[in-house]
Design a protein around this ligand. Structure first.
Ligand code: HEC
Length: 288
């Protein structure tokens, strides 16, 4: 076989690499620290190298053809084309081991099947070696899973689920969940401004922007229907008011964190004494 790599082969190989690179780019990185974009970049680098090699080869040939002319040039180009075709044919020949038509007489079988004759071709190496590879694969597979007790799909599944559950538990310990039991008043400016924005968008229709009250009660005074203090206010916003009064439960719309921001914002309105405030409703609240 020719040692020189034929150009058509390089081009086909490049197309495969481009497809690999695209799929790698579209796949997110996995936990093994094996980043897919890095692999894709590697493929692209290989393609770039192949292109550079081809360009250099072309440039050196151009350099040569620039110096020759007429018959000499024609002869050179014709020979080059012929050798490229030969390279390609050589590759196909090496992979398939086909006999040229002129040599078919050597391999034709004696038998005549109703006028159809058969050639006793060698098995094409590409096929033969793939067949050997499958035999090898089967042996390794059988040995690994059946003899040496490799994990079955089911065992692997059970193990992975157990690992994932342990990870979830570990994660839960690292995050502080927000609920009534650990609810605390906060004067954090960032959280309050987030609460203010949420209040404007979702609550002002009934409580007014300044909390003076309209359909909903006045939120700026010390009187509360459903109880004051951070825990009661959080609970009211989360679970809603009394049936039929119009204050819905917001826990389906907002995360506990957002409800906490809203509750703290509502409490920050205490004593702001806006104009036209709605008359107090409920009991006067005093923190114990
Ligand atoms: C559709 C009108 C409406 C909207 C919108 C509304 N509320 Fe209310 N809200 C009410 C009514 C009515 C009550 C009184 C409930 C009751 O009497 O049980 C109330 C009660 C409350 C209370 C308890 C007041 C007390 O005196 O105990 C708080 C706190 C509150 N709302 C906060 C909010 C927040 C925060 C939002 C926005 C996420 C909101 N509300 C949106 C109508 C509304």
């Amino acid at each position: 076989m020719k040692t020189k790599l034929p150009m058509p082969f390089i081009r086909i190989f490049s197309i495969f690499l481009v497809v690999f690179a695209i799929t790698e780019f579209m796949t997110p990185g996995d936990e093994l620290g094996f980043s897919h974009p890095t692999t894709a970049a590697f493929y692209l680098l290989v393609i770039l190298a192949l292109v550079v090699i081809e360009k250099i080869k072309q440039a050196s040939e151009n350099l040569y053809t620039d110096h020759i002319s007429g018959k000499e040039k024609e002869a050179y180009l014709a020979e080059k084309e012929a050798s490229e075709i030969k390279d390609w044919k050589g590759l196909i020949q090496a992979l398939s081991k086909t006999k040229p038509i002129s040599e078919e007489d050597d391999i034709i079988l004696e038998h005549d099947y109703d006028g159809i004759k058969e050639l006793d071709n060698d098995l094409p190496p590409w096929w033969l070696y793939m067949f050997y590879a499958t035999i090898l694969f089967a042996a390794v597979y059988l040995g690994y899973y059946e003899v040496f007790g490799g994990q079955s799909n089911e065992e692997e599944y059970i193990e992975q689920v157990a690992i994932a559950k342990a990870e979830v538990e570990a994660y839960k310990k690292t995050v502080k969940t927000i609920d009534l039991s650990n609810m605390e008043a906060s004067a954090d400016a960032g959280a309050l401004s987030k609460g203010k924005k949420l209040f404007k968008q979702n609550c002002a229709a009934c409580h007014m922007v300044d909390g003076r009250g309209s359909i909903g009660p006045n939120l700026t005074d010390e009187y509360w229907i459903l109880g004051g203090g951070i825990k009661n206010v959080y609970n009211t916003i989360s679970e809603g008011g009394r049936d039929g009064k119009g204050m819905i439960a917001w826990k389906n719309s907002f995360s506990p964190e957002k409800i906490q921001q809203l509750a703290n914002y509502v409490l920050s309105l205490q004593g702001t004494d806006p104009a036209n405030a709605k008359a107090p409703e409920g009991e006067k609240w005093t923190e114990e």
